[in-house]
Design a protein around this ligand. Structure first.
Ligand SMILES: Cc1cc2nc3c(=O)[nH]c(=O)nc-3n(C[C@H](O)[C@H](O)[C@H](O)COP(=O)(O)OP(=O)(O)OC[C@H]3O[C@@H](n4cnc5c(N)ncnc54)[C@H](O)[C@@H]3O)c2cc1C
Length: 535
């Protein structure tokens, strides 16, 4: 339906973390917002990250102090706003005196010049210096600082091969990236934003003082025209093609697409800390505890030019990741241990760096105010999405003098209104109020929905009151919640983004789920099944 009478203040292209973060921030300032996402919210890069709120220890070697400081400062602000989907995590960095690296980072080159005998190494003092900066650059109140570990005795040394006697430990945070996106979208909507998933922007043109935006329903095709005072291009990997092909705008700014792949294996270690592993190529790979029974290993850096080609973890990337971790593990992992893999495209700002690893991870905002304003977002991290949104609105502020000021710091996302260390207490309370839940089920619901878990369960007195069980505690009540409140339409939305129950459901269970959702007027063919993913 065409509605030319309604004019939004902002029209946002892209429902990844940056688009949804900007929508939430803008709506909370009193601006009217429409957001169009061509697929599922968070369906592109923002559900394929390593899922860390982190400063980025390795960026220190590139002297990216601004980015690292901002990201470090952000960690605790974000933790406070979403203690259900984000929590502190300790990272163990195993170290050996003889380790050699092919590192072309500015820090490594500087070291090689002033101390030629240390070329190709990361001496212990250099790591300690990096961790000292990491501890102090951004300030910490919740997260504990760096520690040194005797890996020959500490439990964190047990899964590691002989020779890793020494290690360093520091703090960062885990976050469920896909849920972060959808909770921002929900909060934006609660503050008045219009969120349109599965709606593609096919063109936008300046019309007088306004933008005229044409969209089409990505599934069924009907078109709609929208008018807006300003346009935000938050199309991530498509930011360049949206400018060129959809808006007809020429710009020297370029996006550099760098694919990052992850593999998920059965659980490889018995503690809740993560490993940050250094490779001879100078890169680092993480091995993270994942969804209780699994380990998440990633990532890679592979150039990929075309944003329309769905990113996949290639055989070579899978082999690279297995070989990488096997340099460290006592019990080697093999292909047979891999249950799932996924990949995403980093939409980096193209700063002309020689390698994909060296390209800046900082974000760049470009405002074209030659007529109705157009703001384009290049790059960025999950970690800096809130600050990026704040900066975006600061750039647009002269065009909206009546808009409110910054407000998002520490304001809870839906379900996040409880203390940072309150997850276990909330799960215990849920378990008491709903005695038919298992402890693991209560824990999963709290880590997914926080204080809203009780709203989802409502007046249920038994598991049967929650309707059909589709497997792994996924009930009809939860599905209805996801479809009504969280924009879920397909089995993939539910199994791989709103939850990660795709790791636990069998193919036939996933098919039954899809059939049920289709019968409700939603649904689409299941694309992924754990253990059977095409690589
Ligand atoms: C492998 C990997 C690991 C990472 N790990 C981390 C990490 O641990 N921590 C961290 O902080 N950051 C991490 N990042 C970076 C972070 O994931 C990204 O910077 C962030 O998700 C980008 O979000 P975005 O909203 O810009 O892009 P996206 O999430 O890709 O969103 C853009 C959206 O725009 C939509 N769109 C495009 N064209 C149109 C159109 N014409 N109409 C409507 N919609 C359109 C797309 O469908 C897409 O959903 C990682 C990235 C990768 C790839």
């Amino acid at each position: 339906m065409t509605d030319r009478n309604t004019i939004s203040d902002l029209f946002i292209i892209g429902g990844g973390i940056n688009g949804c973060g900007i929508a939430r921030d803008a709506a909370g300032r009193g601006l009217s917002v429409t957001l169009a996402e061509q697929g599922d919210l968070g369906g592109a890069t923002s559900s394929a990250s390593t899922k860390l709120f982190h400063g980025g220890l390795r960026y220190l070697e590139y002297f990216e102090f601004r980015l690292v400081r901002e990201a470090l400062q952000e960690r605790e602000t974000l933790l406070r706003a979403m203690p259900h989907i984000s929590w502190p995590m300790r990272f163990v960095l195993p170290w050996q005196a003889g380790m050699r690296f092919d590192a072309q980072t500015p820090a490594a080159r500087l070291l090689g010049r002033v101390m030629p005998w240390a070329r190709g190494r990361r001496p212990a003092w250099m790591i300690r210096l990096g961790l000292f900066l990491y501890d102090h650059l951004g300030g910490r109140k919740i997260l504990p600082g760096t520690a040194t570990l005797d890996l020959s005795r500490a439990p964190e040394g047990a899964p590691l091969a002989d020779g890793f006697a020494r290690g360093f430990e520091y703090s960062d945070c885990w976050v469920d990236d896909a849920r972060l996106v959808v909770l921002n979208a929900r909060d934006a909507q609660a503050r008045g934003a219009r969120i349109l998933p599965r709606t593609r922007v096919i063109s936008a043109r300046r019309a007088g003082d306004l933008w005229q935006v044409e969209t089409e329903d990505s599934e069924t095709g009907p078109r709609e025209t929208h008018m807006a005072r300003a346009l935000v291009n938050a199309a991530g990997p498509w930011a360049g093609t949206v400018l060129q092909d959809r808006l007809g705008v020429q710009t020297p700014d370029r996006v550099r697409l760098v694919r990052g792949s992850h593999i998920v294996t059965r659980r490889l270690f018995d503690h809740d800390k993560a490993y940050i592993l250094q490779g001879p190529d100078g890169r680092v790979v993480f091995a993270l505890p994942y969804e209780n029974d699994f380990t998440l290993i990633g990532t890679t850096d592979a150039e990929q030019a075309d944003p329309d080609q769905p990113p996949r973890c290639s055989l070579a990337e899978r082999r690279y990741l297995l070989e990488f971790v096997n340099r460290y593990l006592r019990q080697p992992v093999s292909d047979d241990d891999v249950v799932w893999s996924f990949a995403g495209l980093r939409p980096l700002y193209d700063d002309g760096a020689a390698s994909a690893s060296a390209a800046t991870r900082d974000y760049v905002l470009r405002l074209d105010a030659d007529g109705a304003p157009l703001l384009s977002v290049f790059g960025g991290k999950i970690t800096t999405y809130r600050r990026l949104a704040q900066s975006a609105l600061a750039r647009l502020a002269p065009h909206f003098p009546g808009a409110g000021g910054d407000w998002t710091a520490g304001v809870p996302l839906p379900g996040g209104d409880f203390p940072v260390d309150g997850q276990a207490a909330l799960a215990a309370d849920l378990y008491t109020r709903y005695p038919f839940l298992s402890a693991a089920w209560a824990d999963r619901l709290v880590r997914t929905y926080g204080t809203e878990a009780a709203d989802l369960l409502g007046r249920a007195r038994s598991a049967a009151d929650l309707g059909r069980d589709f497997g792994a505690t996924l009930t009809e009540a939860e599905l209805r919640w996801l479809m009504r409140r969280e924009y879920a339409r397909t089995a993939d939305d539910v199994l791989w983004r709103r939850t990660k129950l795709g790791l636990r459901l069998s193919r036939s269970q996933a098919m039954a789920l899809d059939a049920w959702m289709t019968a409700q007027g939603a649904g689409a063919p299941v694309q992924h099944v754990a253990g059977q993913v095409a690589i």
